[in-house]
Design a protein around this ligand. Structure first.
Ligand SMILES: Cc1cc2nc3c(=O)[nH]c(=O)nc-3n(C[C@H](O)[C@H](O)[C@H](O)COP(=O)(O)OP(=O)(O)OC[C@H]3O[C@@H](n4cnc5c(N)ncnc54)[C@H](O)[C@@H]3O)c2cc1C
Length: 377
């Protein structure tokens, strides 16, 4: 049995960020993962994540965005890695469309740079994007992409430099609260710590032994070749029309020169243990239909693809805070499709919860806001 101050269960995106924060504050940290992140078995699979500064989820994210951008810059410098790459980002939709209106109202409350382009201005700047009648384009020059592998590698490197120990390919099979902390049993050993942070991503309900109020949703990302000599493509979002609650389609340039495109869905709810990289003709058709309408010059055989899953809470916000029944356990779950760009601020928040530092600014994400059935554990 080995002793630590904090065990982080799940060393993916959020777990690596929490380990970095906790180790930086002097805690003796053990981070455990069933696989070796980055990998394709969770929520961070693939080369990139989009990082627009705007949000369609409310004002609570504005300050978090400001902090995330400056923390990524700090991490990037300390680890000597490029992480956040500015591409610009365009959000296209018609006024009255839920996602478009929320994006614009969010930007109006922020200090982020943006412009609203009408049809002719949008056509002259982005002649290769097909817009529908009545659609406007919200252009954010500081919109970016995040490089997944360097981001996770950097968080782990900085955490390790501060003494955190990462045990990969070691699955947690059980955890138990004790009088003074927790005991965690893995496929390779038994560890004791004063505190446990659970950042098990899509497997959080399984690890917690309870049904968190989240759905695990399968998503398919397809990469398309970009014709030689094509103008640089920014990150793009396409909102569903007014009255249609579908999630936006989106895409971004990738480091290998292809363009990643996806049409997010809430309809493909899965058991996270069934995740596989298999895709069907229907999966491709769903993405290609919208791509061929919006970016017809990219329509062709997919160059590559990836299957990934995110977990979405009933109100769309993350679940962050102390376990309602286990005083030594902190939870970071319900990552949604926007959890990557906020990883450093989430890592900071989880470390604050471990240290008992109140975070009233994070009430939107409080565990107690939606029913949580912790009785089984
Ligand atoms: C298709 C897709 C597109 C996305 N696009 C964006 C985007 O454009 N912008 C953005 O900001 N965010 C985006 N996201 C969300 C973002 O990727 C996630 O919010 C982020 O990766 C947070 O992940 P996490 O740490 O919760 O989970 P993960 O990174 O999956 O980490 C969880 C870890 O826990 C480990 N684990 C689970 N169970 C155990 C166990 N029993 N024992 C040991 N280890 C265990 C897993 O192996 C895994 O490594 C997207 C997500 C998906 C799926």
């Amino acid at each position: 049995m080995t002793d630590f101050d904090v065990i982080v269960l799940g060393a993916g995106t959020w777990g690596s960020a929490a380990s970095w924060q906790l180790a930086s504050r002097g805690h003796k940290v053990l981070a455990l993962d069933e696989f070796h992140p980055p990998h394709m078995m969770g929520s961070h699979g693939g080369a990139t994540r989009l990082a627009r500064q705007s949000n369609s989820s409310g004002p609570a994210y504005i300050k978090l965005t400001e902090s995330a951008w400056s923390l990524w810059a700090e991490i990037s410098k300390a680890a000597a890695e490029d992480i956040l790459v500015t591409t610009g980002s365009a959000f296209i939709g018609e006024p009255g469309s839920e996602w478009f209106d929320k994006t614009l109202s969010n930007l109006k409350l922020s200090t982020f740079e943006y412009e609203v382009l009408d049809q002719s201005e949008s056509k002259s700047r982005f002649p290769w994007v097909k817009t529908r009648p009545n659609e406007l384009t919200v252009w954010e020059p500081n919109g970016a992409i995040i490089l997944v592998e360097p981001a996770i590698r950097s968080l782990q490197k900085l955490a390790s430099e501060k003494g955190a120990k990462f045990n990969f390919n070691e699955k947690v099979i059980e955890w138990k609260s004790t009088e003074n902390g927790v005991v965690v049993t893995t496929t390779a050993g038994v560890y004791r710590a004063k505190k446990l942070v659970i950042t098990a991503g899509a497997r959080s309900s399984k690890v917690l032994g309870t049904e968190l109020p989240v759905d695990v949703e399968r998503q398919v990302l397809v990469n398309f070749k970009v014709p030689k000599g094509h103008a640089a493509l920014p990150a793009l979002f396409f909102a569903a029309p007014a009255g249609d609650s579908a999630l936006p389609a989106y895409g971004c340039p990738e480091p290998d020169g292809t363009y990643k495109f996806s049409f997010a869905t809430r309809a493909d709810i899965i058991d996270p243990d069934t995740i596989s990289q298999k895709v069907s003709e229907g999966d491709f058709a769903r993405v290609r239909d919208i791509l061929s309408e919006r970016l017809p010059q990219l329509d062709g055989e997919p160059a590559s693809y990836a299957v990934c899953m995110w977990s979405e809470s009933k109100d769309g916000h993350w679940i962050l805070g102390n376990h309602p029944k286990e005083p030594n356990v902190v939870i970071g779950a319900g990552c949604t499709g926007r959890g990557f760009r906020y990883a450093p601020v989430i890592g900071k928040a989880l470390a604050d919860f471990v240290e008992g530092i109140p975070r009233d600014d994070l009430d939107t994400f409080a565990i107690g806001r939606i029913p949580f059935h912790a009785s089984e554990k």
